[in-house]
Structures are given as structure tokens and as C-alpha cells.
Design a protein. Structure first.
Length: 599
């Protein structure tokens, strides 16, 4: 016997949940019937004391009769009193218990053999779906096993698993329904804040300026005061009457707001005050604190006051105070509930605005630091360049004095050190130049084929000396991009020299350039050391060097790729890296193609 809840009812449950949730439940029921082997399976949900069928799998002639049917939950009580417990399921053996069940049950009468486990037409097998507190939320009912036998251990195990999934799906659908109801109740209140949508660059003041009029209109208020607490212990206030005139708020009122607001927010309560209001002290506040607030309201000639905490998450951000005069009604429970919702929405907007203000401050400070860094690089480079020139010149002079072999070894070491230092200085100067906001890009048409040829000519001997091959694959027509010739030359040179540096003897470095849509793409690939995945996001930072010991054996400053990234950004391009440790690296740069004026 299959339990199917059909009883015409004044309550309309046909709109329960959405089509996607019902589709999931229908799929589960069909899976139970097909995969476990039952002719009929239904799923019902508990709604307002009724069981409502929302999914059905079985003979089509019964579908219209069963779907969206209702029966009181009590109809299953006789089954639960007598049935065997099979995990979530309850099995009523009709051979043992023959009872008349109320409600609507569909009884099928297939041929039955004499096997001890043969399924009786009046057997009942119900899966109880419950929430975390044990409350019934639905039923999974199956009937008429295809085998003609009671479910064996394997089938019962599968039934239990499907029931658990159905339980979770039903609970999820209920949670969604509850959320929809909450949103519907809060929507009217939230429209007040949404009517004054916060711009992307909003400040605390602009948020309150935009919400001032909608809040006064929406709550029929005569005045508004918002005190927003700062992260540094201070606060910022905004107080205006209905005409937009500034209202003065005494320091003792601000101090009281700072004391009351966090307690109201923690308890999710509002405080209502007024000369004609029946004062109810919120449990979160002491009578003394409320009395002080009432006294201050009276001294300020405020007829009716509604104090609402502002916050987001667990953080209280301030207090919103709305006032009414006697010409307007007292603060109703709907007003209070809506205002508390506004406290959440406005709190979230204020939190975002406060974060934006902190972000703007941080950006300003970072820009100052970056400017200082650029100036420091430029100053250091300039101050180091002159003594390095003197050192290099004197080393060259000393080298021509006929020194013995031992002295030449030391002289050569000093020369290499000076050359390396000169390279650092040159890189610092270039990085400072391309990073400086007051050094705009002076773009001219550049043929990247010529840049590539020059770089290969410069580095080919170094590659040959190391036992490497540089392969070049360039299109045979100009590849023009707008840019700075020095910077683009340095970009390609840094990528190729890096590839040569970190590729062992016998390897290959490939430099290719071709047009891709509206861009010119330059690609430098090698079969060298490769870059660890965790390093790939950091290699474009100035002075960063990988912790790979093989890479650290090669000299370097950590400035080359930082220069590459900065030059690419200045030229409006894109830079990508693909690498696997021990297999090689490919850098791809895409730069906008040059478009002639009027072209």
C-alpha cells in the first residue's frame, strides 16, 4: 500500500517552492523507483499540519489524482505506532497488522505468490524526513517492489541513502521558502535605502545625504540624526530636520548613543521613547540608561523618538535616531521592525563607505610611498653612477699598467663587480623612470621585428658561449606598435636574457612575434629550469627572486621582470607566464598594434 496524501483543503499549497526545487525532488523520486526497484514512489512535504505530495513516480493514471494532494499529518500516526523501524523508514507488515487507515491511500493488488517475503498489497513503507530538531518535514513513500519481495538489506541501504538526500533537498527548499518570506517582508523597508543608491566612490557623508530624505519620507519623520562610530574610537554625526537644516547634538547625547547602540545591536532591538509612549525598557538596557535617554529626549523637546542601531555582522557601526511630532502616529511594531532592517542595510552601506574611505587613504599613502620609492631609486642611481664611472675608468687605466697575473685576477674581479653594480644602477634608473607618474609615455611607431633582431644580435654570442641555440620566428611584414623604443628594447632584452640565463647548456630559446587580431604578440620560450607555481605570481615584483637553488646560482637583481611588467602596463599590454618546474618557461606579451592617424 502506498501512502498518498489527497484531501481537498482550503489551503493552497500548490505554490510551495519553485520549479527547480520541485524538479530536484521529482528526479529523486524517479531515481528511487527506477534504481531501487519500485513501481510507485511519492514524496510529500509537511506544510501547516498537512502532508502535500510534491513528487510522484508511477502509473500515469494516478498522477493527476495524487499530485499536490493534502492530508493531515495525523493520518500516519497508526502506521508509526505499529511499524518496524528501518532507520529513517517505517515498515508496516499487513500480514501482522491489519488496520483501516484514514486519509487517502492507493491500494494496488498485483498477483502475490506464497513466498515468505512476498509483498502484501496493504504493506506500508514510509521514510520519515526530519530537521535537526527531529520535526517531521516530509515523507518518502514507496510501494510495489518490482521483485514482488520486501526490500532486502542492499535495497534498504539504498533507500536510506536516497532518503537522506531527499531530506536535505526538502530542508533546503524550506530554507529557501523562509528566506523568500523574509525578503518579502523586509523589501518595503529596504526600498528606502535602495532609493538612494550609494555611488562607487561614496563617503560616509554622501551616504547619509542620499538616505536623509527617503528615510524621513518613508517613516514620516520630522528629523534624523545618525552617529557613525569610527575605528579609532571617535565618531562622526549627521543631524538634519525635515527641511535639511543642521541640528546641534550635545556631547552628552553622543556619549549616551555610544553606550546604548552596541547593546541594542547585540540584542537586535530598537528603543522607543516619547511623552505619550508607554515606555518598555529593552532587556538589553538598564532602566537607568533608558531613563537617562528619556530625560535627554525631553530636554530636547522631542515628542516621539525611535533609536535604531546601525551595524553589519557582529559590528555596531552607529545609531540612527528618527523623530516624530504629535501630528504623526506613534511608532508601530511595523515601524520598529522596518527600522531595524534599515539598520542592517544602512549599516552595510556605511561599512562599505568607511572601507572605501580607508581604501582611498591607503591608496594615497601607497602612492606617496611609491613616489618616494621612485625618487629614492632615482637619487641612489644618480649618486652611484658617478663613483661607478670613476671606478670603472680607474680600473681601465690600472689594467694598462702591465700588472702581473695575480694582480690581474683581482683587477678582473673588481671589474666584474663594477659591471654588475652598473647593471643594477641602470635597472634602477629605468624602473624609476617607467614607474614615475610624471614621466608619461612618448609613443612612436616601433617595429618589433627590428627590436627582436637587435636583441638576438646582442645576446647571440652569450648564448653560443653557453652552448644554447636561439631560434627566431618572426612574420615577414612589419609588426608596428606604439611605444618607447628604449623601453620596448629593454622589455624584449630582459625576457631573452632571462631565458638564456636560466637555460642549461644544450637548451633552446625561442623568440617569436606575430600579429594576433588587434595586438602584436611577442613570445619568449625556453626549455630551462622553469618556475615553481607558487613563485609565478610574485616574479614581477621588484627585487623578488625565487627560492629555487638552481636559479639562485645565477647572478641577478630581481629587477628584470619588474621592469618588463611595468613597461607592458605602460604600453597598455598584457603579460602572461606559463611554466613547469624543470621543463621550461614561456612569457607572452601582447601589445596593441599601431594604427596610423585616419587609418
Amino acid at each position: 500500500m502506498a501512502f498518498d496524501e489527497l484531501r481537498p483543503n482550503d489551503s493552497d499549497h500548490t505554490g510551495w517552492s519553485d520549479s527547480s526545487a520541485r524538479a530536484v525532488l521529482q528526479l529523486m523520486v524517479e531515481s528511487v523507483a527506477e534504481l531501487i526497484g519500485f513501481e510507485i514512489a511519492t514524496l510529500s512535504v509537511a506544510l501547516d499540519g498537512d502532508l502535500v505530495t510534491v513528487a510522484y513516480a508511477g502509473p500515469e493514471e494516478h498522477r493527476e489524482f495524487l499530485m499536490n494532494a493534502v492530508d493531515p499529518v495525523e493520518v500516519i500516526a497508526p502506521v508509526l505506532e505499529r511499524a518496524e523501524s528501518w532507520g529513517r523508514f517505517r515498515f508496516l507488515d499487513a500480514d501482522v497488522h491489519h488496520i483501516e487507515l484514514e486519509g487517502h491511500w492507493v491500494q494496488l493488488a498485483p498477483e502475490r505468490d506464497e513466498h515468505p517475503d512476498a509483498w502484501h498489497p496493504e504493506n506500508v513503507l514510509l521514510g520519515l524526513l526530519s530537521d535537526d530538531d527531529g520535526r517531521l518535514v516530509g515523507l518518502l513513500s514507496v510501494d510495489l517492489p518490482v521483485s514482488g519481495r520486501r526490500p532486502d538489506a542492499a535495497q534498504r541501504s539504498l533507500l536510506e541513502k536516497y532518503a537522506a538526500q531527499a531530506e536535505r533537498a526538502v530542508l533546503t527548499a524550506f530554507e529557501r521558502e523562509e528566506l523568500v518570506r523574509q525578503v518579502a517582508h523586509a523589501e518595503s523597508a529596504r526600498q528606502v535605502v535602495r532609493a538612494a543608491a550609494m555611488p562607487a566612490q561614496a563617503s560616509l557623508e554622501s551616504v547619509l545625504q542620499q538616505t536623509h530624505e527617503p528615510l524621513l519620507e518613508g517613516f514620516q519623520a520630522s528629523g534624523l540624526w545618525a552617529e557613525v562610530f569610527g575605528v579609532d574610537g571617535g565618531s562622526w554625526g549627521y543631524a538634519r530636520n525635515r527641511e535639511g537644516e543642521v541640528m546641534e547634538v550635545a556631547d552628552e547625547v553622543v556619549a549616551l548613543a555610544r553606550e546604548i547602540a552596541p547593546q541594542l545591536w547585540a540584542a537586535q532591538q530598537v528603543l522607543v521613547m516619547g511623552n505619550d509612549a508607554e515606555l518598555e525598557t529593552p532587556p538589553s538596557l538598564t532602566e537607568g540608561l533608558v531613563g537617562e535617554a528619556v530625560g535627554l529626549a525631553a530636554t530636547m523637546d522631542l515628542d516621539r523618538v525611535l533609536a535604531v542601531p546601525l551595524g553589519a555582522g557582529s559590528e555596531c557601526l552607529g545609531l540612527l535616531v528618527l523623530t516624530r511630532n504629535f501630528a504623526h502616529p506613534v511608532w508601530s511594531s511595523v515601524d520598529q521592525a522596518s527600522a531595524l532592517e534599515i539598520g542592517h542595510d544602512l549599516g552595510a552601506a556605511l561599512l562599505t563607505a568607511r572601507a572605501l574611505e580607508r581604501e582611498r587613504t591607503l591608496v594615497r599613502e601607497l602612492k606617496e610611498i611609491d613616489d618616494y620609492r621612485s625618487q629614492l631609486f632615482a637619487t641612489l642611481s644618480h649618486e652611484l653612477r658617478t663613483p661607478l664611472t670613476v671606478i670603472s675608468g680607474n680600473l681601465e687605466i690600472v689594467g694598462g699598467l702591465g700588472l702581473d697575473d695575480r694582480a690581474k685576477v683581482f683587477l678582473d674581479a673588481m671589474g666584474r663587480g663594477a659591471d654588475r653594480m652598473q647593471k643594477v644602477v641602470d635597472d634602477l634608473m629605468l624602473l624609476a623612470r617607467v614607474s614615475h607618474p610624471r614621466h608619461p609615455l612618448a609613443a612612436v611607431p616601433i617595429d618589433l621585428r627590428e627590436v627582436a633582431d637587435d636583441v638576438v644580435t646582442l645576446l647571440d654570442l652569450t648564448a653560443i658561449a653557453k652552448g644554447l641555440t636561439i631560434e627566431v620566428d618572426l612574420e615577414d611584414h612589419p609588426l608596428l606598435v606604439p611605444g618607447d623604443p628604449t623601453e620596448l628594447d629593454q622589455l624584449v632584452a630582459n625576457l631573452v636574457s632571462n631565458a638564456v640565463k636560466y637555460t642549461p647548456s644544450g637548451g633552446t630559446v625561442t623568440l617569436s612575434a606575430r600579429r594576433r587580431g588587434d595586438d602584436v604578440e611577442v613570445r619568449v620560450a625556453d626549455d630551462g629550469l622553469g618556475i615553481a607555481e607558487e613563485d609565478q605570481a610574485r616574479i614581477f615584483r621588484a627585487f623578488y627572486r625565487t627560492e629555487n637553488p638552481d636559479a639562485l646560482n645565477e647572478p641577478g637583481t630581481g629587477l628584470g621582470l619588474a621592469i618588463v611588467a611595468t613597461v607592458v602596463e605602460r604600453h597598455g599590454g598584457r603579460l602572461d607566464v606559463a611554466s613547469r618546474l624543470g621543463e621550461g618557461t614561456t612569457f607572452t606579451v601582447a601589445l596593441p598594434s599601431y594604427v596610423a592617424a585616419g587609418g
